[in-house]
Design a protein around this ligand. Structure first.
Ligand code: PGA
Length: 254
């Protein structure tokens, strides 16, 4: 049985003081029994990671970065390394988010290199994949996501003993639009992705890898999405920076 996982992607929102306000509200609002059903992660902006981790020292909530660079260190102005994220308290990192692909020119080759770096550094990457609206309208959504998954996982190993990575299916047309994929649309893609994982890693391991859905998740649609067989939780953007909504989404896990 895969344990559900809810990750909040704060994107470029919340300064340090606001980050502490938000995380304290989330932390206080969650009943400790919820962690038996679901893992909870928050991904604040870089400068808030350390204070948020310090705040969460005795909490079950884990912290992730929203991005990182593929190199260990050096002259890469404006970038952040895997070790820096770890030193600030991160266990996770989001990689290949569609906003990184769209606005910062990231492609599957770079994302694959980042995946490798994250995993060898002992971070657990949350690899984001997803098609655009026109790709779906042209009925190329499955092909697009299949290519992204295969390219980004090139030479990446998975294991039975330890979680090496998580996948997030995030259709670009659903991100921040208020139009979520239906549970059936999402389940169709998740089951395709699980099939690719089976090809790559075999049945046993593929059944253990968590596949999150992301794109306009809210407290109204989350229950039905999380009921689907291959949907193992969510990557939540907008609704994760409102404590009340994020708490309701987490509590909607059955
Ligand atoms: P959204 O964003 O929930 O605001 O649609 C999801 C994401 O981009 O991870």
């Amino acid at each position: 049985m895969r344990k559900k996982l809810l990750a909040g992607n704060w994107k470029m929102n919340k300064d340090i003081a606001e980050s502490i306000d938000l995380i304290s509200e989330i932390n206080k609002g969650l009943n400790s029994s919820v962690f038996n059903k679901a893992d909870v992660i928050v991904c604040p902006p870089f400068i808030s990671i350390y204070p948020v981790c310090e705040y969460l020292k005795h909490s079950e909530i884990k912290v992730g970065g929203q991005n990182m660079y593929k190199e260990t260190e050096g002259a890469y102005t404006g970038e952040i390394s895997a070790n820096m994220l770890i030193s600030a308290g991160c266990r996770y990192v989001i990689l290949g988010h569609s906003e990184r692909r769209q606005y910062f020119g990231e492609n599957d080759t770079l994302i694959n290199q980042k995946m490798e770096k994250a995993i060898t550094s002992n971070l657990i990457p949350i690899l984001c994949v997803g098609e655009t609206l026109s790709q779906r309208e042209e009925n190329k959504h499955i092909q697009t996501v299949t290519e992204q998954v295969k390219s980004c996982l090139k030479n990446i190993e998975a294991s039975n003993e330890q979680e090496k990575f998580i996948i997030a299916y995030e259709p670009v047309w659903a991100i921040g639009t208020g139009v979520n994929a239906t549970p059936e649309q999402a389940e169709e893609m998740h089951s395709e992705i699980r099939g690719i994982l089976k090809e790559l890693y075999g049945e046993d391991i593929s059944e253990q890898i968590r596949i999150l859905y992301g794109g306009s998740i809210n407290e109204i649609n989350s229950t039905d999405l999380f009921k689907m067989k291959n949907i193992d939780g969510g990557l939540v953007g907008g609704a994760s920076i409102k404590a009340e909504s994020f708490i309701k989404i987490i509590n909607s896990v059955q």
